[in-house]
Each structure stands twice: as C-alpha cells, then as structure tokens.
Design a protein around this ligand. Structure first.
Ligand code: FAD
Length: 319
C-alpha cells in the first residue's frame, strides 16, 4: 500500500495534495493508495476525490494549528500499523517539513522534490536539485520509501473517487510532539491572491527602482487579477516583503502568464518561475538572460511600458 499525506485548507484538499495523489497512484500500479489526514475535532475534510483507498483520519486538538512533529508522529504510526510500502507527501514547505520528521523517526532516507519514481529494489527516483537547475537520477533504498513531490511537476489527479472508508482515530501524542507549533498567523498585506496559486503574476525587479516604483506593477496586477511578485534584489533592498519573492529561496510559481519587469533572469530567479506556461519579459537590456526563457518580450523602459499596457487594458475595457 502507498500512503499519501493530505494537506487541507478550510476543508478542501490542496492542489499540491492532488499532485501528490497523482504521483502516488502512478507509483502504486495495482497496489491500493490510502490517505492520511490530520484534523482538529471541529474540522472536516472533503473525501470525494481521495479514494478509492481508505482515509486514515487522525483527530486531535493539536491539529488546530500546524504542529509538524504531531503530524509526523501520526504518519509514522499509520505506517507501522498498515505496513505502507511508501509515503508520498506534497512538496510544500509543510509537506517537506513533516516528511523529514517522519524520516528521522523511522530512520529512513527521504527523497524530496521528486518528479518521477519507479518501484523496484532499489526504487529509482528523479528529483530536482539546486533550485531546479538540475535533475538528479538516484536509487532509493527505504522501507518505507519516503518521497515528496516537486510542486507543479506532475498534473493534479482530479479523477479521484470517493474513499472506500474512513478510519477515524485519536493519536496518542507526547509533549515533545507539540514542542514546535504555529502560535500565531499574521495575514500578509496585499491583493489577497496567493503567489503560489495565481493564474497571472506580475513581478518587479531591481529595474523598478524603489518601493514607490511598485505602484505601476500593482496597477497592472490589479487590472489582470494577478498576484505581485519580485526578485531577491527587491527584497534585499527592502522594497517588498520576502513573501513576494519568486525564486529558489522564494516562492515557486506556475501561472498561466508570468510578467517579470526589470528582472535580469538570474538562475536563482528562473528556478522559481520555470513552471510558468508563458513568460512576457519587460526589460531594457536586449542581452538579459531572462529573454532566453521568455515567450514574448518588450525591450525598453518599464516605467513607460507598464503604464502603457495598463492604459491599453483600461481603454479596451472602456474604463
Ligand atoms: P538585476 O540582476 O540587477 O537585474 C535588473 C534588470 O532590470 C537588468 O536586466 C536591467 O537591465 C533591467 N532594468 C533596469 N532598469 C530598467 C528599466 N527602467 N526598465 C526595464 N528594465 C530595467 N533571486 C531571486 O530573484 N529569487 C531568489 O529566490 C533568489 N535566491 C538566491 C539564492 C542564492 C543562494 C543566491 C546566491 C542568489 C539568489 N538570488 C535570487 C539572487 C539572484 O542571483 C539575482 O541577484 C537576482 O535575481 C537579481 O535580481 P534582479 O533581476 O531584480 O536584478
């Protein structure tokens, strides 16, 4: 049996969970695929796409906020009880965190950010390294195999069936399992569109020039219903918060359209946007590396081009 860790928000399973399920099902072949989820007693989660295996549903007050050791203890417990051959988790920050803790508990290796895996002894995995700039082929010995799935590398499995059954249980947790937990959440200021899930992202780089310079980036993003991103040069300058940073040490995005403005296209930046379906680069340097990865480009001063695009959009919409 393959066990998939379910992440959920407001009762709905996340997009990255659907990708992990697709990965788990392709690894399983004819084997069953079960799921494990952790909820607080006041919560419920949708089960209609998690089947046709069993959902092992752990209920505990500890899950009201994120407590990665508590989730890891529960996952390890389900593995021991069921003899799962592999555990697959979403490649989110949380999924990687939890599965690393599961690996430590079970004294097994973890292969993170996998894009493909083939069962066997040993199993073979392909995974991204160095911020996505290379693919590593590796052999993985493990019982169970522990894998997280590189975000947006696998199409989400939306053809899931309802679960065959739900096994609810209350795990016994030690005090140490609760030592690390999220105590508070502060909503980020901004458009409210999450960078990681946005269909369109407009980013600014050093070429934007200042905090105030982002007004034209925000205006264009607002017109396109887009999230605002930025490069690390921008966060280092303190013009935007780190939560807006796209790249190897920022958020990995996979929008339908990415519009980097005044960004040169360093490998560490491209590592975060290689999942974009289309890239429209706006930059004044015809030799900038971003152009190698762009589908469309406008070469020139973003301070003229970005407001001109916004003006055209307003004109086309009659506003
Ligand atoms: P620059 O490289 O300075 O490029 C600015 C571009 O804007 C230039 O092409 C310039 O010609 C153009 N420009 C200037 N003025 C205008 C104008 N008026 N109109 C149009 N174009 C204009 N970077 C990230 O972005 N994300 C990461 O997650 C990240 N992680 C990193 C991790 C490590 C370990 C390291 C070492 C680096 C990392 N970096 C990351 C930094 C990365 O190497 C680059 O330094 C950074 O991406 C550069 O940002 P930039 O493109 O905005 O600036």
């Amino acid at each position: 049996m393959i066990l998939v860790l379910v992440e959920h928000e407001g009762g709905a399973t996340t997009e990255l969970t659907s990708q992990a399920l697709a990965f788990g099902r392709s690894l399983a072949g004819d084997e069953p695929v079960d799921c494990v989820a952790c909820i607080a007693p006041s919560q419920e989660i949708a089960t209609d796409e998690l089947g046709p295996g069993t959902l092992h549903l752990a209920e505990h007050d500890a899950y009201a906020s994120l407590a990665p050791d508590a989730v890891a203890a529960t996952v390890a417990g389900v593995v021991e009880r069921t003899g799962a051959r592999a555990v697959v988790a979403p490649g989110s920050d949380t999924g990687n965190d939890v599965l690393a803790r599961v690996a430590a508990r079970l004294d097994q290796p973890l292969a993170s950010n996998c894009v493909a895996a083939t069962a066997g002894e040993p199993a073979r995995v392909t995974r991204t390294r160095w911020g996505g700039s290379l693919l590593e082929e590796a052999e993985l010995d493990g019982a169970p195999l522990l894998l997280t799935v590189q975000p947006h590398a696998v199409a989400a499995d939306v053809a899931g069936a309802p679960v065959a059954g739900v096994e609810r249980f209350t795990p016994v947790l030690a005090d140490a399992d609760l030592a690390v937990r999220v105590a508070d959440r502060v909503e980020a200021a901004g458009s409210g569109i999450a960078l990681a899930d946005a269909n369109v992202v407009v980013s600014g780089g050093r070429g934007v020039g200042s905090t105030e310079g982002f007004a034209i980036i925000e205006e264009l993003a607002g017109l396109l219903g887009a999230a605002v991103g930025c490069s690390r040069a921008v966060t280092m300058a303190g013009w935007r918060p780190h939560t807006d940073q796209v790249g190897q040490t920022g958020t990995k995005i996979a929008p339908e359209l990415y519009i980097p403005c005044g960004i040169s296209g360093a490998t560490q930046h491209m590592a975060g946007c290689k999942g974009a379906k289309r890239i429209l680069a706006i930059v004044d340097d015809a030799e900038a590396p971003i152009l190698a990865g762009a589908d469309y480009a406008v070469i020139g001063d973003l301070h003229e081009i970005v407001p001109a695009i916004s003006a055209e959009l307003r004109k086309a919409r009659g506003s």
